[in-house]
Structures are given as structure tokens and as C-alpha cells.
Design a protein around this ligand. Structure first.
Ligand SMILES: O=P(O)(O)OC[C@H]1O[C@@H](O)[C@@H](O)[C@@H](O)[C@@H]1O
Length: 398
């Protein structure tokens, strides 16, 4: 056990046996990150109900906006990426996630700003809500009830969707995402229907069940993904725009929960650049030097290696002429798997399931979310405590 300078303690080598010991898991997760993450399906249902109560109909009175800006940081910011991908390339107006304070200079009365903050107090979301109001843009706010964000929304006479704060922002992705999607639906920008929401919630429940702490590693997809990643540098690539949102989300949770460095991105882009990582000192070069007769279970003392996680969409974009043809995405995914295999870089593949874009996204997010928590716990790290983020906020006075 090592004690870090910030009071975080853990061990460098992952201890596999911890993951199959429910008491040890409970002890290492005092804040209940596993429980919060397992509530994803419930978050979808609850947020759908809360959004219905908030009555967004006035939002549509002025018709279709020129553009929609989703303002927020961290997980709140990811909701903008989710909306952009679910709206897809056929969306009639630009959907623009915005992560810095204020709003882009061009935002005006013809636009809609959706300000999102789990705590209801991030300077980015508050600044955007205030700027939207000043400029006469339509505003929708999503976040903690009785927060500063709610006050700004009330002052602006803008709809506010209260999302109860039960967990850290990163374990509230679904609670924050659903109001954003439903606001966009009211504006006529996405086709998310009640069945899509119900099926997405059911998918999240089923994946939470497969990933539950009492399911042992050999049948638990999240535990086996975590153990595969242990001690490696994860490279997470998404085969499509939708899968890339899931890849970036896995980057967020691997960094914050497991405190692993991680490279994430779109496979299309990586294939023209970052795929070169597979040849480097953490990739093919390291694998080439490995003694093929060595016991793979032996402690991995001879260097850190890459581990590729490929999130494959295989979605329903065949008829979508403005999106990349499915066949290209599929060929690229096969190609990178071959490349990794030739270099001895191990690769995990998660394949999306489900009919709607939202459900497919859920199927690529759920198991990796749990894996990031199990990876933290295999190292004896409390997945909830993030002293570096708190310290950063204090030092930068935010
Ligand atoms: O959603 P809010 O509360 O604005 O927080 C936005 C982000 O803030 C950061 O400091 C972290 O806490 C992130 O996990 C979070 O997503």
C-alpha cells in the first residue's frame, strides 16, 4: 500500500482477487460509486419524468432555432456531445457543445442555449446562462435544484429542469443527458421517443446487472475489461461518431475514477495519425522483446504496454447518405484489430447493441463505466475521491 502526497492510498499492482471479494469491494467504495453507476437506468426514467413536469412547450413557440449551444464542463459538457451524435448528421441546425465560460460571439436571439451543471454552480454553465439571457437567446437550464443555475434561469424566465444531486457529476451522466435530449426534441431536432428512452433504461439496467459486484470476473464484462487494462496504457477508439462519444466518456471515467492515463478518439482520425502508437515503445516494440515462453501471469516488471479498447458501433447508418458508410467503419475496425494482433498488442472489443442511437450509446458506455470503477478498486483506490480536482479548483480559485 502506498500513500500518495494528497492522502490517496492504493497499490501499484492490481490485485485481481479484490474484485471477487464483495466485502472488500464494499469497503473500497465507501461513497457508493458502484451503486450510483448502477442507477443509470433509473436516472433515465426519473429525468424523463422531471422534464415532462418542467413543461418545455414554450420553448418551441418561436420555432426552430438557428443553432443550439450546450454549455457545461466535464460530464455536463459530455451531454452536448451526446446530443450532437444522437441528432446525427441530418440534424437541421448546428448542435454545438461549448466548454468555456460565456457563449460563442455569434449567439443571439435566434439561438438556443442549454446550460448544464450537476452542481448548478460551474462558472462555465452560469456564465453561459447569463450571457444567453443578456443576448436574448432562448435558454434552458439543467442542474441541481435550488442552485445558482436555477436562480439565473428564474431571472431569465427560462425553463429549469431540476436534476436531484445524489452522486458526483460523472456518475450522473444519464440524469443530465435526458433533459438535454428532450429539450432538443421539443425544438424538433432529435427523434427520441418514449420507447427509445424505455429501451435505453432497460439496457442500462441489464448491463448494470451483468456488471454487478457479486458477479465474478469470468462472467462479469466490466471486471474482465478492468483486469485486462490493469497495468497498461489504455487506448480507446470509437468506430463511429457515436462510438467516439463513448470512447471519450471512457477516457473521462478511466482518468477520474481509476486515475489511468488514456488516449481516446475516433478510429477514422486515429487511422491517419495516432495508430502509429501501436508501433512504439509501449506497443509493438515492447511486445517484440517479450519472452514468448514467459508466464503471462508473472508480475509485469518489464515495462508498461498499450492495451487497445475498440468500441464498435456497427450502427444503422446504412441509409444515411451524409454519414460515413457503415462498410468503411467496419473495415477500419477490422483493420485496426489486425494491426494490433500483428504487433502483439492486446485488444478488447465492445460491440454496440440496440435499435436506437441512444440505446446503442448506452450499450457502449455502461460496461466501461463499471470497468473504470473496478480498475480503481483493484488498485485499492477509492473511485470517488478526487483530491486533485478539489485542489485544482482551490488553487485556481474557481
Ligand atoms: O456539472 P458540474 O457540477 O457543473 O461540474 C462540472 C465538472 O466539474 C469538475 O470540477 C468535476 O467535478 C467534474 O466531474 C464535473 O463534471
Amino acid at each position: 500500500m502506498i500513500d500518495g502526497t494528497a492522502g490517496v492510498s492504493g497499490h501499484r499492482e492490481a490485485d485481481e482477487s479484490l474484485l471477487d471479494d464483495p466485502d472488500a469491494l464494499a469497503e473500497r467504495d465507501p461513497g457508493g460509486m458502484l451503486r450510483h453507476t448502477a442507477s443509470a437506468g433509473a436516472q433515465v426514467r426519473e429525468s424523463a419524468a422531471l422534464t415532462a413536469e418542467a413543461n418545455l412547450s414554450a420553448l418551441a413557440d418561436e420555432g426552430r432555432p438557428r443553432a443550439v449551444v450546450i454549455a457545461g464542463i466535464g460530464t455536463a459538457g459530455r451531454t452536448g456531445d451526446v446530443l450532437a451524435t444522437v441528432a446525427g448528421p441530418r440534424c437541421p441546425v448546428p448542435v454545438i457543445p461549448h466548454r468555456s465560460a460565456g457563449v460563442p460571439g455569434w449567439v443571439g436571439a435566434a439561438d438556443v442555449v442549454i446550460a448544464v451543471s450537476a452542481s448548478g454552480r460551474s462558472p462555465e454553465a452560469l456564465g453561459a446562462a447569463e450571457a444567453a439571457h443578456r443576448r436574448g437567446a432562448r435558454l434552458v437550464a439543467v442542474g441541481a435544484p435550488d442552485s445558482q443555475l436555477q436562480s439565473v434561469a428564474e431571472r431569465a424566465r427560462a425553463p429549469f429542469i431540476p436534476v436531484p444531486r445524489r452522486a458526483p457529476a460523472r456518475a450522473s451522466l444519464w440524469a443530465l443527458t435526458v433533459p438535454v435530449l428532450l429539450a432538443a426534441r421539443t425544438l424538433g431536432l432529435v427523434k427520441v421517443n418514449e420507447a427509445d428512452l424505455a429501451e435505453t433504461a432497460a439496457r442500462l439496467d441489464a448491463d448494470a446487472d451483468r456488471s454487478r459486484p457479486t458477479a465474478e470476473s469470468f462472467v462479469n464484462p466490466a471486471k474482465s475489461l478492468a483486469l485486462g487494462l490493469a497495468g497498461s496504457i489504455p487506448i480507446v477508439w470509437g468506430s463511429s461518431p457515436l462510438a467516439t462519444v463513448a470512447a471519450r466518456r471512457f477516457g473521462d471515467t478511466l482518468s477520474a475514477n481509476a486515475r489511468y492515463p488514456v488516449v481516446t478518439g475516433a478510429l477514422g482520425e486515429a487511422g491517419r495519425g495516432r495508430v502509429g502508437l501501436l508501433d512504439g515503445v509501449f506497443g509493438g516494440l515492447a511486445e517484440g522483446e517479450r519472452d514468448i515462453f514467459a508466464d503471462p501471469e508473472e508480475a509485469d516488471g518489464d515495462g508498461t504496454r498499450l492495451r487497445l479498447v475498440l468500441l464498435r458501433d456497427g450502427g444503422l447508418n446504412a441509409e444515411d447518405d451524409t454519414d460515413e458508410p457503415l462498410a468503411v467503419e467496419e473495415r477500419r475496425a477490422e483493420a485496426v484489430q489486425t494491426l494490433a494482433e500483428r504487433r502483439g498488442v492486446r485488444c478488447d472489443v465492445v460491440v454496440a447493441e440496440g435499435g436506437s442511437a441512444l440505446e446503442r450509446l448506452a450499450s457502449l458506455v455502461a460496461v466501461p463505466d463499471f470497468a473504470s470503477i473496478y480498475l480503481a478498486m483493484a488498485h485499492g483506490l477509492d473511485p470517488m475521491a478526487v483530491p486533485a480536482i478539489t485542489e485544482m479548483k482551490e488553487l485556481s480559485n474557481q
